[in-house]
Design a protein around this ligand. Structure first.
Ligand code: DON
Length: 555
């Protein structure tokens, strides 16, 4: 090939980004969220001088309107915050079990699981979202609360349905159709929404208006609480006015760890995700797995084996720390992780039956969404919140206009029997009144030399943890830009079932090599939907997952 030809190819490659997609690069601020109206709401708040927490509150309320599959008032989540000065805080506004919940509430008379932990009124745990957003706003917000709800209220009075939303509603029609208010609002009583139609939600708009005036007190003690509790009672649900009045956000210390000189700030229990990321990183760090190259069978195998080992621990040791002593330091102990690493055979999958949870004798004292925000001052928010399954338990509360969660299914409704995400969980995560179900949500912030480097998180049930891990590894170990790191095909192993799940995009010979190592291969549509921001060369680079329909934008 001539020199001119080589130079031309190189230039073309640079323009086209060497086949990798470019992130959105901005100087000052970026919002990445899974629905474009909500991204724009966040950018507007930042342009008007609001900070990352102001923007997060506005985006979360907007998503509750424009992204009903996961955005919510009737669910819960986690917000990880880091100020530009380095102050950190983790707001745990996870739902919790109502007072009347009990261990075997989802078993029938023969001891078999019913579907009530997933569908209908009884599946709902006490929502935390409004409380969590207000708590974060009181501590770090700078703009008036009502001004942050205003864009959501406007959207609730009507916004154009996208192709993605029309498709998502149609896809979930079977669930929504079971509950009259959901059928009326989201399925127009059978006249399905087409792209371009307007979705108008006046009941939700009025609920948001009351919240704008009365704050979280309105949701937990006011008209909203009274209506919600009355509907619960009339329909066999468990949540009472007292449950609502007693709900509290818990402020926790973020979990901290390190990987190859980067500092990791992540989600503590009742999330299982932060422990997962740190355990897997602990097993990976000195292994040299990355020398095999991104996407190679050898690297996939090694990472999958760390996943398998972590999920065995998850099933036994992780739960709401206010109810079950989580042996955090034992789980993250470097010697323990070195032993786990040493048990990985480079050429052979270890059958899950041979992998047990660590034996620590000394106890120590489906839909979700994520967005990441960095504001012009350098404050960062990673927020993941959820109603669990797509459109939660299917129920829209009459008169209030919002869907309820089915987060009770994140408990071990029957210890030892897989839940909605196929997770096998133990006694530690059994149902108890007021307890928070174990979560996989993993909002995470990565620092380099003490400075903000990455803000990341995802929905995806049990696959959140492995999805977030792989995107961080792709950036740190394989030098990918954030969009490339998100776009690369992902894989997942969760110990039980003993399967290595692959997205499309892996080559047939890679899959063959994994089979030869003894992996049972399964294909799955996706491993989480990751939204991330990376600080690079004085720019903020935002990556929005190609698997979702979101948007990165900023200025
Ligand atoms: O907290 C959890 O782990 C689950 N409720 C998350 C659910 C989820 O991500 C579903 N989305 N695809």
């Amino acid at each position: 090939m001539s020199r001119t030809c080589k130079v031309l190819l190189l230039l073309l490659a640079l323009v086209s980004g060497l086949a990798a997609r470019h992130p959105v690069r901005e100087r000052k601020a970026i919002v990445v969220a899974q629905e474009p109206h909500a991204t724009e709401v966040g950018v507007d708040v930042l342009r008007a001088g609001g900070n990352a927490v102001d923007a997060a509150v506005a985006v979360a309320f907007a998503l509750a309107v424009t992204y009903p599959v996961a955005g919510n008032l009737g669910g819960g989540g986690f917000l990880l915050y880091r100020s530009a000065q380095g102050e950190t805080e983790f707001f745990d506004f996870r739902e919790r079990a109502p007072a009347a919940a009990s261990r075997d509430m989802y078993l029938d008379s023969s001891g078999n699981l019913t579907r009530e932990s997933m569908i209908g009124w009884k599946a709902a745990a006490v929502p935390g979202t409004v409380h969590g957003l207000e708590t974060a706003h009181k501590k770090y917000g700078s703009k008036p609360w009502a001004s942050l709800l205003a864009p959501a209220i406007k959207l609730a009075y009507g916004f154009p349905v996208s192709y993605a939303l029309a498709e998502s509603l149609r896809f979930s029609a079977k669930l929504l159709d079971r509950f009259p208010e959901s059928r009326r609002i989201f399925l127009r009583d059978g006249k399905y929404f087409e792209p371009g139609d307007k979705l108008v939600q006046p009941e939700l708009a009025r609920t948001l208006q009351r919240l704008a005036r009365g704050g979280a007190k309105e949701f937990y003690e006011g008209e909203t609480a009274r209506k919600l509790a009355a509907e619960m009672k009339a329909n066999g649900g468990l949540i009472t006015q007292e449950d609502l009045r007693n709900y509290r956000t818990v402020m926790r210390r973020p979990l901290e760890g390190s990987y190859k000189g980067y500092q990791i700030l992540t989600a503590p229990p009742p999330s299982s995700g932060g422990v997962g990321i740190l355990q897997m990183m602990g097993m990976l760090e000195p292994s040299g797995y990355e020398k095999y190259g991104a996407g190679s069978a050898a690297a996939i195998h090694f990472v999958a084996e760390t996943m398998r080992r972590y999920y065995a621990d998850r099933s036994e040791h992780l739960a709401d720390p206010d109810f079950h002593p989580v042996p955090l330091s034992a789980l993250l102990n470097p010697q323990y992780l070195a032993k786990r690493r040493a048990s990985i055979r480079p050429d052979r999958a270890t059958p899950s039956d041979e992998v047990k949870a660590g034996d620590f004798h000394l106890p120590e004292s489906a839909e979700t969404t994520h967005f990441s925000i960095v504001d012009p001052a350098g404050n960062a928010v990673a927020l993941t919140y959820t109603i669990n399954g797509g459109y939660g338990n299917g129920v829209t509360v009459p008169g209030l206009g919002f869907l309820l969660n089915n987060e009770m299914d994140d408990f071990a409704a029957k210890p030892g029997v897989p839940n909605m995400f196929g997770l096998v969980q133990g006694e530690a995560n059994a149902i108890q009144p007021y307890k928070r179900p174990l979560s996989s949500m993993t909002p995470t912030i990565v620092l380099k030399d003490g400075k903000l480097f990455m803000v990341v998180g995802a929905p995806g049930g049990s696959r959140i943890i492995t999805g977030v891990l792989q995107v961080i590894l792709n950036v740190i170990d394989f030098g990918m830009n954030v969009q490339e790191a998100i776009d690369a095909p992902r894989f997942h192993h969760q110990w039980r079932p003993d399967q290595l799940s692959l997205e499309s995009g892996f080559s047939p010979d890679t899959i063959e090599l994994l089979k030869q190592r003894g992996h049972q291969i399964r294909s799955i549509p996706n491993v989480a939907l990751v939204e991330a921001i990376v600080v690079e060369n004085g720019f903020l680079a935002g990556g929005s997952d190609r698997r979702a329909h979101g948007k990165a934008a900023g200025f």
